[in-house]
Ligand binder design. Structure first.
Ligand code: GLN
Length: 527
């Protein structure tokens, strides 16, 4: 049971398409709650989810192979509309008595034009163009090897392309639809329009999945789950833990205790800002654990980035555990800021039927060890949804939309051995860079920007005296998904003022360089 009180909800079965996540987002953008589940979800689980409609995703398999995935027969008996996309359409076809064949000369990849030949609520009044004989035309995006060659006897053909006779098929009475193209990708111009038709008009879902409603719902659920018991949360000041903290705060007030471990690897003045905001401004109950020395002494002499990351994670868990043990007799729940993309990867499964949960990178294994129950109020939300709820909860925009900051913090931005003096220099350089980006109105135009400390000295001359000091590298990238990235072509004037300020204002740095490497091959962070 998902425990979600939304009455309007769509179930998306994942057959492994590269666009499955996108599909989830498209439905949620319409204001309708949906979940992506493994294709082999059981009838019981479907009944439990109680969807208003079911969408079957695309997938890499071929229905021609005997052991390829099929949907539970129950989806056709549930009495709700079904939309099959590509592979999803192909299994609707074979499961309901039609045929699919491999027709190498008819496969299509990329742009195609679909002509609507029969009126259907799915595409009525939706068109990009009109043909000479008056048929509505749609520009769509295809990616398939197999073709439906005959449709189930109670289906009709709604639209065709020149090479694909069955581009849209339907059983209007049962409200079963199949589309051979991908409406969830933006190359299909009217794609979102078609998804909207299906979700809002055909499934009759209500658009209630709005930030305000999500917030109210989440708070109600936390109260229901936790009752008058107590919760502990590791607060880092990052988006996910901040929003988790605020939801819990509104739900259970002082029954929430936040543990804020200051690892000494945070940005300039960050610990103060986190305390100022959450403790003084919002009145949260925060156990502040200044731990710079413990982290730095554990890191002493360590140069290898992977070893550094592991040490930072381990020391964090140790400290958090100590605090939790200290408070434990009083506390029954451990909260984590796990978000949907953290668990969504496990939603395609050929073996396990469960919606497995990946443990949070920071505190994996902790709940078991502490014998606490786990509460994850954000686990159904995408990052942009989390941010919007954060705004609803009164968190400032610049916290919610700040560039990503790695868990190990400056530990992986000071190259090689991490020392306090290096961190201090880096914090100041980073602050100048970020300040200047804000001044130039470019901060939100780049996806991530930061400074890196290179502990190799270079020669400089200042006021006629020779300097031999370490180097700061600036890095700014533009990216959509952080999987690939380009270095940002920042204006020379900006780079110049950042460089001047760093060299003039920070005693200890005499050279600044700009990183012009793309990802791949260079990662965004240096370590
Ligand atoms: N694998 C199937 C085909 O090639 C479906 C492809 C898809 O869902 N994109 O036809």
């Amino acid at each position: 049971m998902t425990g979600n009180i939304y009455t309007s909800r769509i179930l998306i079965l994942n057959f492994g398409s590269q666009y499955s996540q996108l599909l989830v987002r498209r439905v949620r953008e319409l204001g309708v709650y949906c979940e992506l589940r493994a294709w082999d979800i059981t009838e019981m689980q479907i009944r439990d989810f109680a969807p208003h409609g079911i969408i079957l995703s695309g997938g890499p398999e071929s229905t021609i192979k005997s052991n390829s995935p099929r949907a539970s027969e129950y989806i056709f008996q549930a009495g709700v509309p079904v939309l099959g996309i590509c592979y999803g359409m192909q299994i609707i076809t074979v499961q309901l008595g039609g045929q699919v064949n491999k027709t190498t000369n008819l496969r299509e990849f990329g742009y195609a034009q679909v002509a609507v030949i029969t009126n259907s609520p799915l595409v009525q009044n939706i068109q990009d163009d009109i043909s000479s004989n008056g048929q509505p035309l749609l520009d769509v995006w295809m990616s398939h090897n197999d073709n439906v060659t005959s449709i189930p006897h109670d289906f009709i053909t709604v639209a065709s392309t020149k090479t694909c006779k069955f581009a849209i098929v339907a059983n209007e009475i049962k409200r079963f639809y199949g589309v051979q193209f991908h409406p969830e990708v933006t190359h299909t111009k009217q794609g979102q329009h078609i998804i909207k038709r299906f979700v809002l008009d055909i499934c009759c879902c209500q658009a209630l999945w709005t930030p305000t409603q999500i917030k109210i719902n989440a708070i109600a659920r936390i109260r229901e789950q936790v009752g008058d018991e107590r919760v502990i949360l590791g607060l880092s000041g990052g988006v996910d833990s901040s929003v988790t903290a605020m939801l819990l705060h509104y739900a259970i007030g002082d029954h929430l205790t936040c543990v804020f471990v200051d690892n000494g690897l945070l940005r300039f003045d960050e610990a103060n800002q986190v305390l100022e905001m959450f403790r003084n401004h919002f009145g949260l109950n925060i156990v502040y654990v200044p731990s710079e020395n413990r982290f730095l002494s554990a890191l002493a002499g360590i140069k290898d980035p992977e070893v550094k990351r592991k040490i930072i994670g381990r020391v964090f868990i140790k400290i958090f555990e100590e605090q939790a043990q200290r408070l434990k007799s009083d506390i029954q729940w451990l909260a984590q800021g796990t978000i949907y993309p953290d668990i969504i990867e496990s939603a395609v499964s050929t073996t396990s039927k469960a919606h497995m949960i990946k443990s949070h990178h920071n505190v994996g294994g902790l709940p078991k060890k502490l014998k606490m129950r786990l509460i994850e109020p954000l686990k159904e939300l995408f990052k942009d949804e989390v941010r919007k709820i954060g705004l609803e909860l009164g968190l400032p925009y610049d916290i919610l939309y700040r560039h990503p900051f790695p868990g190990p913090g400056l530990g992986v931005r000071v190259l090689g051995e991490v020392k306090k003096e290096y961190c201090d220099l880096l914090r100041r350089a980073d602050l100048i860079f970020i300040e200047e980006l804000h001044k130039a109105n470019l901060y939100y135009k780049v996806s991530q920007a930061f400074a890196v400390f290179i502990p190799i000295s270079s020669v400089g001359i200042m006021g006629d005296s020779r300097k031999y000091q370490p180097v700061i590298s600036l890095r700014a990238v533009e990216t959509i998904d952080f999987m690939t990235a380009q270095w940002a072509h920042l204006p020379y004037e900006l780079l110049e003022s950042v460089s001047n300020r760093i060299i003039n204002e920070i005693d200890g740095i005499s050279r600044v360089v700009y990183d012009i490497s793309g990802k791949p091959p260079a990662t965004i962070e240096w370590e």
